[in-house]
Write a protein that binds this ligand. Structure first.
Ligand SMILES: Cc1ncc(COP(=O)(O)O)c(C=O)c1O
Length: 285
């Protein structure tokens, strides 16, 4: 048992996962996606992920086609048939197949494909923390939609990789918006700063759960306000949030250590709060 795919109502070996050559996702990036983690054989935060999927579909006027119970059932089938206890489920819905033309086709059926894979993440990074690299934010103006158009994110992440950094944080109008696949938070005088929810960032499920379910219990306040990379370099602590990234301590920004370059105490508490959420929701001891 291992990685599997889903297409047209069938669960298939990943080698068989074929899509139409003129699928609009393939030709235009005309589609949306989500990614949920599986812990202990259960999906974590599935409801908010699927709610965000429906929002992305609405924004692009792609019919939803699948109900929430149906989406939940397919996730559960993939977990059961793959036997994967700890991994991740990627899903994408494209507008569907039609002869290539930019405007929406008159009749077209959305195409849902999914994959499940076991986790392959270097967990030591959550202990040591990571470096990030500041890069220009070259993306379009609808970063709130989780669309398949990820070239700005891809190019940013590649720059980070070449600089031996875990992630790139992106700068638009002199302000740090977010990571290429994560949200970015800094801590300064016990206040958490992060970019406000708007069209220029993705409203991360992890970000939301941290701000709404973990931070209030720690007696910290939150400022959803833009800040410069210079301000971030002078923070007491910094971290990234994301489904794969979870709560990732950031110990350097473009080569400059954050504070003493060690993982901070508030970041540790938030990591612990996040672990507790996972344990509660996924039935871990
Ligand atoms: C650009 C961007 N920002 C933030 C996130 C974090 O979102 P979430 O916590 O829902 O995984 C992601 C996740 O893929 C992302 O691609």
């Amino acid at each position: 048992m291992g990685a599997l795919g889903y297409i047209d109502g069938r669960i298939v070996d990943l080698k068989e996962l074929v899509v139409a050559m003129e699928d609009r996702g393939y030709q235009f990036g005309d589609g949306v996606y989500e990614y949920a983690k599986v812990y202990n054989g259960k999906c974590f935060s599935l409801k908010p992920h699927i709610d965000r999927l429906y929002r992305s579909l609405r924004e692009l006027k792609i019919p939803a086609v699948f109900t929430y119970p149906e989406m939940e059932e397919i996730h559960e089938r993939l977990i059961a048939e793959s036997g994967i206890e700890n991994g991740g489920i990627y899903l994408q819905i494209t507008r569907g197949w039609a002869p290539r033309a930019h405007a929406f086709p008159d009749t077209v059926v959305p195409c849902l494909t999914m994959t499940i894979r076991p986790s392959a993440f270097d967990a030591s990074q959550w202990e040591t923390g990571v470096g990030v690299l500041a890069v220009p934010d070259e993306r379009w103006l609808r970063c709130d939609i989780k669309s398949l158009n990820l070239l700005g994110n891809v190019l940013g992440k590649q720059k980070a990789k070449e600089a031996h950094c875990y992630e790139a944080i992106m700068i638009r109008d002199n302000m740090v918006t977010e990571g290429t696949s994560s949200n970015f938070v800094i801590v300064k005088d016990e206040v958490l700063w992060t970019y406000p929810v708007c069209n220029l960032i993705l409203k991360g499920v992890t970000r939301t759960r941290v701000l709404e379910e973990i931070v209030p219990d720690l007696g910290l306040s939150v400022l959803e306000k833009a800040f410069t990379v210079e301000f971030a370099k002078g923070a007491d602590e910094a971290f990234l949030t994301g489904t794969t990234t979870e709560i990732m301590p950031v110990v350097s920004i473009s080569g400059k250590p954050v504070a003493d370059g060690k993982v901070g105490p508030i970041t540790r508490k938030i990591q612990k709060g996040y672990k507790d959420l996972i344990a509660k929701e996924c039935g871990l001891a």
